[in-house]
Design a binder for this molecule. Structure first.
Ligand code: DX5
Ligand code: ZN
Length: 221
């Protein structure tokens, strides 16, 4: 069943010189998760932050830290991010080499496990592990950068996963990431998503605009 709509601002679009302030500001503005993008310059063509920055942010926020690992190979870093304060740890199947093992590792650390599908990765890859995970992430851009245009083929994948999750009957978050704005957010929700990652659309306009941006993304009247 589609759960209530939650907004996960990607701090990739925030002011990196003021990260503590920014995570406090999105919490005050009504965000549900803090989405933290971790890039290794190898699995994706960009670099961001490591576990020490996540650890430094932890005291600044009570929001669940939704940590999106774009790292290959990923397993060695799962433990580091778990210890740094991640609540949800999401990995890409291609970052393996053993997706099922990685999911078990995340869960053994007491964290929620997510799996992320790139635009060219089919939803079927989740079938053998769907009953093991807490979150399915549909990428609606190629991972690596904020501010890219929404890839509409993601909508069909969201709808296909919504059917699978509902058939299973477990509360698995269905998250969409990339190019979410006031136009694409309602489309993603209509397709069945219930967690919307939004970087550019949350942080546009500076701190005074965050609450209204989040409210509009959520579709509240
Ligand atoms: C891309 C990241 C996204 C990105 C989204 O690799 O996974 O979370 O920050 O940025 P926007 O919302 O600006 O498309
Ligand atoms: Zn992300």
């Amino acid at each position: 069943m589609q759960q209530s709509i939650r907004i996960a601002p990607s701090i990739l679009a925030s002011d990196f010189a003021n990260l503590g302030e920014e995570v406090r500001a999105i919490e005050e503005a009504g965000a549900d998760y803090a989405h933290i993008d971790i890039m290794d310059g190898h699995f994706v063509p960009n670099l961001t932050i490591g576990p020490d920055v996540v650890r430094a942010l932890r005291p600044h926020s009570n929001l669940p830290f939704d940590v999106h690992l774009m790292i290959s190979p990923v397993d060695a870093f799962v433990t580091m991010f778990a210890e740094a304060g991640a609540d949800i740890i999401t990995v890409h199947p291609e970052a393996g080499p053993h997706l099922h093992r990685t999911i078990q590792l995340i869960k053994s650390l007491g964290k929620k496990a997510g799996v992320s599908l790139n635009p060219a990765t089919p939803v079927e890859i989740l079938d053998p592990v769907l009953d093991e995970i807490d979150l399915a992430l549909v990428m609606s851009v190629n991972p690596g950068f904020g501010g890219q245009a929404f890839i509409r083929a993601a909508l069909g994948k969201i709808a296909a996963l919504r059917q699978r999750i509902d058939a299973l009957g477990r509360a698995i978050d269905l998250e969409v990431d990339g190019g979410i704005n006031f136009e694409t957010a309602p489309e993603a929700v209509a397709a069945g998503a219930d967690v919307l990652v939004a970087g550019t659309a949350t942080f546009r306009g500076g701190p005074a605009a965050y609450a209204e941006n989040i409210r509009r993304l959520r579709g509240a009247k």
